[in-house]
Write a protein that binds this ligand. Structure first.
Ligand code: HEM
Length: 138
């Protein structure tokens, strides 16, 4: 059980490394007109997105394994609230995927300031989900 939880947390960190850095790349990408720099950001975004996918799949995988190990968790309010927040996090993840494609097609129309706010969103998810998982308040 503790091995499952340990790897659940390891891959959660991997997932968030991608979710924190991808929007930062979008900020820089939206700030530059230089074609060569844009091509570099496209490569970085594509490769980072792969790492972020791996983090997401294995965080969810080990999370589900934890539930299969202790099905009683499914009765707990904290897990219901946590999974609702994780659904929001997955929506943010898929939005990033769509934005990687938009930038790859040189089709971005949003200013870099918009991405600076977009970049803050994962922090809110991280704090809420970790507090629910550790404190189990209800
Ligand atoms: C579908 C996705 C997820 C599922 C099914 C899931 C499920 C679980 C379960 C059942 C536990 C065990 C609770 C315990 O033993 O105390 C757990 C622990 C934990 N989860 Fe998740 N989780 C998911 C996603 C996440 C995400 C996205 C994060 C981080 C933002 C996260 C952070 C944690 C932490 C920090 C713990 C350790 C809590 C502790 O030891 O007190 N989980 N998770």
């Amino acid at each position: 059980m503790l091995w499952l939880k340990a790897f659940h947390i390891v891959f959660m960190v991997t997932w968030f490394a991608g979710l924190f850095y991808l929007p930062r790349l979008f900020v820089y990408h939206a700030s530059t007109q230089d074609p060569a720099t844009r091509e570099t950001f496209k490569v970085m975004e594509r490769k980072l997105m792969v790492m972020t996918h791996i983090g997401a799949v294995l965080t969810v995988g080990f999370g589900v394994a934890l539930i299969l190990h202790t099905p009683a968790w499914l009765q707990m309010g904290w897990l219901h609230a946590k999974l609702t927040a994780v659904a929001g996090l997955l929506a943010y993840h898929f939005w990033c995927m769509k934005l990687v494609r938009t930038f790859a097609a040189d089709a971005n129309t949003r200013p870099h300031t918009w991405y600076r706010w977009f970049n803050e969103v994962p922090v809110l998810f991280l704090v809420v989900i970790v507090l629910l998982a550790v404190l189990k308040p209800f």
